[in-house]
Design a protein around this ligand. Structure first.
Ligand code: NAD
Ligand code: UGA
Length: 374
């Protein structure tokens, strides 16, 4: 019986070869793609049959540390000033990821104007270029858009939850509100300009290359994992903001990248949608996170018998005036699970993996922090 090999689902080596040879890869451009999340995504897609990937960013140090010699095209583009170059690059790609951002609570209160400028005004240029050249946009929003939990125990839902923040004088919310306004503009472009888009809202991503290793307790503005890990490595106290009573769910960056690929692979289901991406099972109180990280460090990496203390600090003193915390941040992930994705990496493995990478690469990562300060 004559049989079309492809229809039977049985592919010869020759047919697979020809399929691959003639498949046109979709060209992805990651704006802000040399940072933590962008570098992992680029690495994962580097050998993909379906996608090629390039980054537009103002630095490439993080990419080089872990992923040097990988087949990426890196374009040195500052989206605040290189308008023509950005437009030309967007025109030359099929799907644009917008990751460029300042995303640390200390910066929100210490330099709110810079946060607003990059996240909203410079970010708008990426959106406008996608509209102009009719390109699909995958935009990085944030769980911070949902604001305060305000005593609610309901998981945040993309299409139902209210987005409630604090008073204007609490600059903490400038990141949340500028990100929210951009989400609203993207939706409006979807309706009025025919923009094809997907918005993703990650919930506290952790993994190798997150932030920098601190060379002292007030070096820069990383996120909680790096504050705690740097303190453990430097033999300094871990500081709990207002007693560390806030709750967070942490997701491993590898799980996040797999969710992004599920979105890419399901364009019809993901167009015009917002997706929370998080790991609800990995919820932990920050005070317990400090104890858990200290235990993992002592069991695996400690150089001496010195054990870091865990102390409490006042939020306004630690971050600066205008700080306010989110008490609980739990994602509803039913929508993204509808694309066949589910998070797999549980909290202890997530921490051990990230702590081991940071420990084994501490000299290089510390040098990177010193170079960035110059
Ligand atoms: P990151 O800081 O590691 O990466 C951001 C990148 O943007 C950096 O490489 C930076 O050089 C680049 N950038 C800054 N200014 C630029 C400019 N003017 N022109 C071009 N590039 C510029 O951040 P990340 O953790 O990888 O986060 C990526 C995105 O995901 C951000 O939009 C962030 O708001 C969002 N997000 C992250 C998390 C998380 O836990 N990491 C959670 C929620 C949302
Ligand atoms: C973060 C940042 O706003 C963004 O990176 C990101 O968009 C967002 O989360 C997200 O993941 O969606 P937040 O979780 O408040 O916000 O920031 P972290 O630095 O990760 O802090 C988590 C908790 O640890 C907060 O309660 C903070 O006060 C506390 N913390 C932080 C400490 O107790 N000690 C520290 O040394 C640092």
């Amino acid at each position: 019986m004559a049989c079309n090999l492809l229809m039977c689902g049985v592919k010869s080596k020759t047919s697979v070869y020809f399929e691959r040879a003639f498949m046109v890869k979709q060209k992805i451009l990651c704006v802000g793609g040399a940072g933590f999340i962008g570098s992992h995504m680029s690495h994962k897609l580097a050998n993909s049959d379906n996608y090629s990937v390039a980054q537009a960013d103002i630095w490439s140090a993080k990419l080089k540390i872990r992923f040097e010699n990988k087949p990426f095209a890196f374009h040195h583009i500052d989206i605040s000033s290189d308008d023509d170059e950005l437009s030309a690059l967007v025109a030359d790609h099929d799907i644009i990821f917008n990751l460029a951002s300042k995303a640390s609570p200390r910066l929100y209160v210490q330099d709110p104007l810079a946060v607003a400028k990059l996240n909203l005004f410079d970010g708008s240029k990426v959106i406008d270029a996608c509209v102009k050249h009719r390109k699909k946009l995958v935009h990085f929003s944030t769980s911070e858009v949902y604001g305060k939990a305000l005593g609610s125990t309901e998981p945040f839902s993309e299409d139902l939850s209210n987005c409630v923040t604090g008073p204007i004088r609490n600059h903490r919310w400038i990141y949340s509100t500028t990100k929210q306004l951009l989400d609203r503009m993207i939706f409006a472009h979807g309706r009025q300009s025919g923009l094809k888009f997907t918005i993703v809202r990650p919930f506290n991503v952790v993994g190798p290359l997150i932030d920098h290793v601190m060379v002292g307790p007030d070096d820069g503005a990383p996120r909680v994992f790096s504050y705690f890990m740097s303190a453990l490595m430097n033999g300094e106290p871990l500081r709990l903001v207002d007693g560390g009573k806030a709750l967070r769910t942490f997701i491993h960056v590898d799980d996040l990248v797999n969710a992004l690929i599920a979105i890419l692979d399901n364009p019809a289901k993901s167009n015009g949608e917002i997706f929370n991406i998080g790991t609800p099972q990995n919820e932990i109180r920050i005070a317990d996170l400090a104890t858990l990280m200290r235990d993992i460090f002592a069991a695996n990496f400690e150089m001496s018998s010195v054990r870091s203390d865990i102390v409490t600090v006042d939020g306004q003193e630690f971050y600066g005036e205008g700080f306010e915390d989110t008490e609980r941040r739990m994602p509803n992930i039913d929508k993204i699970k509808g694309l066949g994705w589910t998070p797999r990496i549980m909290l202890k493995d997530l921490l051990e993996d990230t702590m081991r990478y940071t420990w084994e690469n501490r000299h290089r990562l510390t040098q990177e922090a010193m170079d960035a300060m110059e």
